[in-house]
Design a protein around this ligand. Structure first.
Ligand code: RUB
Length: 327
């Protein structure tokens, strides 16, 4: 049965790797769902066997794309619940714990999107022109909510080379009746003077408030800073990277050159090295606010608010560090 089950997990892992499933939030939810399937279909004979299966599935998923921290946060949340239940629970109880933790994560993730939309829309004024980059469900949630309230004049969506996720954004906004301009990435500064607010998503937020998001985000942040345009990041609280508390750096994924040029070009110019980093880091100085499901904060304050939420992850990452529980 593990054979059949692993097929499902492998498929999800492959879909994430090849970006059929993409965007930090969707990646996290689909990983959670894959672990749910493992729990529902497992034919493990005892708790140990099941935990082994679960770990194997978790590792497969974690080895797909390195940058979006939403996925390890989702996987940790579920695996930890399983381990806790396994301390005294039966196999059935452990499996049920995984199913309910996965459902809880997915439900909270969708709820977070709605809350971010509500909170973010409050920051948009009537007549605002918004620029966005890539295809972030959290940023789109804000834009659509504000548009529903009649506040959005128009949107500039960058096409987002090399995978053109900006086309998806433009489509999603246009379908809802938002006036949208699709522009090449390098036109961001050209149009910045017409923009009131930039809103982007996040793949990870570090302890100092730096935001990792689609390559090009930091350039747009610089252009916004120069033009004194407000720069907002829409990020669910599970985009926070607990490992950065201890100085770990967030790994930036570098994807194949074939996403940038074709095979013929690569063959013809073997001396040209094509670099294709998928993400970059925007320093907190260029970010005005991070809009989360726990509230809206300046980037440097985010950790203070999320500290308690992530104590369990910190404990798991660094078991030698004991988090003192207050009574
Ligand atoms: C997607 C990307 C998005 C964030 C946030 O990169 O950088 O801005 O993941 O998206 P890719 P969301 O297309 O390489 O996965 O708000 O939907 O989590």
């Amino acid at each position: 049965m593990w054979g059949k089950m692993i097929e499902e997990v492998l498929k999800t892992a492959e879909d994430i790797k090849t970006m059929r499933i993409r965007g930090a939030a969707r990646i996290a939810r689909s990983a959670a769902d894959a672990l749910r399937l493992v729990a529902e279909r497992s034919e493990a004979k005892n708790v140990e066997e099941f935990l082994e299966e679960l770990n194997k599935a978790a590792r497969l998923l974690l080895n797909t794309r390195p940058t979006a921290v939403s996925m390890p946060n989702a996987v940790n949340f579920i695996v930890r619940k399983a381990r806790r239940t396994a301390a005294s629970g039966s196999l059935k109880e452990v499996r049920e714990a995984v199913v309910s933790a996965a459902r809880e994560f997915i439900e909270n993730s969708l709820k977070a999107l709605e809350i971010i939309g509500e909170l973010g829309a409050k920051r948009i004024k009537k007549g605002d022109v918004i620029m966005t980059h890539c295809n972030s469900s959290a940023a789109i949630s804000i834009i659509l909510k504000a548009a529903e309230q009649g506040k959005v004049e128009e949107v500039y969506a960058t096409e987002t080379r090399p995978r053109f996720q900006g086309r998806l954004t433009a489509q999603q906004l246009a379908e809802k009746g938002v006036k949208v301009n699709l522009i090449v990435d390098s036109a961001a500064r050209y149009f910045m003077n017409e923009v009131d607010k930039v809103i982007v998503g996040a793949d990870a937020v570090a302890v100092n408030g730096a935001v990792v998001n689609k390559i090009g985000t930091s350039l747009i942040a610089l252009a916004a800073h120069e033009a004194r345009v407000r720069f907002y990041v829409a990020a669910e609280s599970y985009k926070f990277s607990p490992a950065t508390i201890y100085g770990e750096l967030i790994e930036i994924e570098e994807r194949p050159p074939q996403e940038v040029v074709d095979e013929e070009f690569l063959r013809k110019y073997p001396r040209i090295r094509v670099r294709n980093p998928a993400f970059d880091v925007t320093p907190p100085e260029y970010i005005d606010l991070i809009i989360t499901d726990k509230g809206v904060f300046p980037p440097q304050a985010l950790f203070i608010v999320l500290k308690d939420e992530f104590e369990w992850v910190i404990e798991d990452l660094y078991p030698e560090i004991k988090v003192v529980e207050e009574d």
